[in-house]
Design a protein around this ligand. Structure first.
Ligand code: FPP
Length: 249
């Protein structure tokens, strides 16, 4: 049996609605220089700022950054508190920049478990930027894909229990509508830096058909040229969402 690729014209550049980034390698970047791990997080904010600017300038509608996972609480209390302080300080520091560039902030994850000072600044910034019409910047903080699925299961079970839904009527679309990330389009492209090729509990449901680009570059060194490489990779892919790509001869 010989399999040949179906001949078809490559479509025009793929529309990229939603880019998501797992910013990995901060700790290793700092350790390589003999510095404490958290120095890498400081430097990581610089890369993040650059990425937000580029996506905003290029008209990418949605950008998600995985800033703090539900598993990141297992890190040392010093590192956790540095990341928390860094997030709140960066949001405060760059609030005018967000406004100037019409960037709207969204949060994905459970803010309830964060210190009130950090939670408040996230809530304030979401409120402050809610009328901005440019890039939607989604910060995944205290976020876990499994937890998001469980929260949807709970909500849908409640609806069944209260007689608002029949078990047999639960479809994929129905289920998805109970997930917090369903208000955004699924990510088209997920970039993971730091030469690690796993999802680490990120967007588990919605990443089902995302393209994944793994970069060897550590997040603090991930610049616009590296982002262009990732976008180039994306434009070369042929997205079929499970449809056939091979035909028998
Ligand atoms: C992963 O690198 C990085 C993090 C867990 C934290 C990233 C957070 C920021 C850069 C702050 C973001 C700020 C805002 C306002 C959203 P790692 O420490 O896991 O790297 P390693 O693999 O080298 O250990």
């Amino acid at each position: 049996m010989v399999y040949v690729k179906k001949k078809e014209a490559r479509p025009a550049p793929l529309p990229l609605q939603h880019l998501a980034v797992i910013m990995d390698g901060n700790g290793r970047w700092a350790e390589k220089k003999g510095w404490p791990r958290y120095f890498g997080h400081f430097r990581g904010v610089k890369s993040l700022r650059q990425m937000v600017k580029s996506c905003s300038r290029w008209g990418i509608p949605y950008l998600t950054v995985f800033a703090f996972s539900t598993e990141n609480w297992k890190r040392s209390s010093i590192e956790v508190s540095v990341i928390m302080k860094l997030m709140s300080r960066s949001l405060t520091r760059y609030q005018q920049e967000l406004d100037r560039n019409q960037i709207r902030l969204h949060v994905l994850g459970n803010l309830e478990e964060l210190a009130p000072s950090v939670r408040n600044i996230f809530n304030e910034m979401v409120e402050r930027t809610k009328n901005n019409t440019g890039l939607k910047l989604i910060v995944a903080v205290n976020y876990g894909g499994r937890q998001e699925i469980i929260q949807a299961v709970r909500a849908i079970s409640r609806a069944v229990k209260e007689g608002q839904m029949e078990i047999d009527n639960i479809t994929e679309d129905h289920f998805y509508s109970y997930m917090s990330s369903s208000v955004f389009p699924p990510p088209d492209l997920i970039i993971r830096t730091g030469a690690v090729s796993r999802l680490s509990n990120f967007y588990l449901w919605t990443a089902a058909y995302s393209e994944i680009y793994v970069s060897d570059v550590l997040w603090p060194d991930f610049n616009e040229a590296e982002l262009k490489k990732a976008l180039h990779f994306y434009t070369q892919t042929s997205r079929r969402f499970g449809a056939a790509s091979l035909e028998r001869k």
